[in-house]
Design a protein around this ligand. Structure first.
Ligand code: ZN
Length: 490
């Protein structure tokens, strides 16, 4: 997910883990041209067929050697998964402000020290401390029953029970078109359907659908609604509620906001077509003073240009449901594993590879912003974030539209073939590295298969056993090789 500039909104928009080239990802990112020249060892390949425009290249030998060593180190291991299981079983989910987050950060630091990484430290970051409290949603009339819900992150509470008539819209943009009195004193349900994952384009349809979650509360408040309910941002549901952060627009009344399951949204939508429906919503959510957290950092110090840095990482915080394995415990384990594989392969790159496990991506992005504040002036030659779940490895996505950087990276693509059909595509980077991206740093997202990511995302179903150990290992090996290439190339 990227920072999005939204007119009239001063807060940072954290959209929560976006792996697909969704519409918003197509927004041009003002990445500067990649400063390094193309790899010196590019060799033109003789081709019997005339191919006038395409200039094929092969990767340099050092990169092929590194690939062999890294993949050999990764082979047969399930260490990334075993570590993720250990961390999530011990500490559970990791919402900003929670002790579990700090304990998990401490555990990653101990683990990276034991791995033999260098300059292992926690860099302090103050984070928002939002707590959910008790919450409940019931249909009050025409029938009485509990509905599966989950409050949206950063929502205000209800101060008691709010019993109101429900009006249903099918898209967040439909709220603005309501008559001025239609929603006054009511609860708006946004029953916006997320289309299924499209295997042809790789589009999860997250980018458009998530606007109902991020913008719904303020849009509803502008029409005088007292609360908003949002259909969970998922295309598949087993009555699983999906949370995620909302963004209150400045100057607009803050109203409580919760997600309901696809099933509950359909139920309310159906019944409201037969006559008036009332629900009772109770949410104990509140925002406490900022809490102390930190980014967990470790390095493989470069042999020739230690001051130049390649960042690899994920975010260590999660929502307060499930155990946050796919979002984004696995991304953190993949980055830790990538650094360890490089060590085990006996490689020390020209430049420094820095693992950063960012805190507070989900409801503040304070970790990413703090990292940039502290390190943005250091020369970064690349950044790779893993925050799109941990399906089978399919490659990387390059932020921005720098054709030269894209062409240079594609030269290395064949080296990844031992891990599957991996490719480098143009698209997006990562939320935590987005301040670096905006500063011109070559930024990439690790891009695992995301066809089932949003079935789990931000829900109680995001737990460790959904992840295949081989997928963490494969993605970690891919990340290790790409990081090594960026850190080693001319
Ligand atoms: Zn995430």
């Amino acid at each position: 997910m990227n920072l999005r500039a939204i007119a009239g909104i001063s807060v940072v928009a954290v959209l929560g883990c976006k792996p697909s080239p969704a519409p918003e990802a197509a927004t041009p990112i003002d990445a500067q041209p990649e400063p390094a020249p193309a790899p010196v060892a590019e060799v033109a390949v003789e081709s019997p067929a005339p191919a006038p425009v395409v200039r094929a290249n092969v990767p340099p030998k050092w990169a092929g050697d590194a690939a062999k060593k890294i993949f050999a180190a990764a082979k047969g291991k399930t260490r990334g998964w075993d570590r993720l299981a250990k961390m999530t079983d011990l500490y559970g989910h990791r919402l900003s402000g929670s002790q579990a987050l700090e304990d998990s950060i401490g555990w990653t630091l101990d683990t990276m020290r034991a791995d033999g990484q260098e300059n292992v430290r926690k860099e302090k970051v103050m984070v928002p401390h939002w707590v959910r409290g008790k919450e409940r949603l019931q249909m009050a009339s025409p029938a009485r029953r509990d509905l599966t819900m989950i409050g949206l992150g950063m929502s205000v509470g209800t101060r008691g029970t709010l019993t109101r008539e429900v009006i249903v819209v099918d898209h967040v943009d439909a709220i603005a078109k309501l008559d001025d009195t239609a929603a006054k004193g009511k609860i708006i349900l946004i029953n916006q359907v997320m289309p299924p994952y499209d295997p042809a384009t790789g589009d999860s349809h997250y980018g458009d659908t998530v606007r109902s979650r991020t913008r719904g509360a303020s849009e509803a408040a502008k029409k005088g609604a007292d609360a908003v309910l949002v259909r969970s941002v998922t295309a598949h549901s087993l009555d699983t509620p999906h949370t995620g952060t909302l963004i209150y627009e400045e100057g607009v009344r803050k109203i409580p906001a919760a997600a309901v399951t696809v099933e509950a949204a359909e139920f309310l939508s159906r019944t409201s077509k037969r006559g008036p429906v009332k629900v009772s919503l109770k949410m104990g959510a509140k925002l406490l003073p900022d809490a102390e957290s930190g980014n967990a950092i470790a390095e493989i110090v470069g042999r020739e240009k230690p001051e130049e840095v390649v960042v690899i990482g994920g975010h260590i915080d999660s929502w307060d449901v499930g155990d946050g394995s796919s979002d984004d415990g696995a991304g953190c384990m993949a980055a830790m594993e990538a650094a360890l594989l490089i060590r085990e392969a006996g490689l020390q790159p020209r430049r420094t590879i820095r693992v950063v496990l960012f805190t507070n991506e989900e409801n503040g992005l304070r970790g990413g912003l703090a990292y940039f504040d502290a390190h943005g002036n250091e020369p970064h030659v690349g950044a790779i974030e893993s925050d799109s779940g941990m399906g089978a490895p399919t490659g990387f996505s390059l932020a921005g539209d720098d054709a030269d950087a894209f062409a240079a990276l594609q030269v290395y693509q064949p080296l990844f073939s031992d891990l599957g059909e991996l490719s480098v595509i143009k698209g997006w980077g990562g939320a935590d590295i987005s301040p670096l991206t905006k500063n011109g740093v070559l930024s990439m997202a690790l891009r695992p298969d995301a066809s089932h990511y949003f079935d789990l995302h931000h829900s109680p179903a995001d737990t460790i056993e959904k992840i295949d150990p081989a997928h963490i290992q494969g993605n970690a090996a891919a990340m290790a090789l790409m990081a090594y290439i960026l850190a080693e190339r001319e």
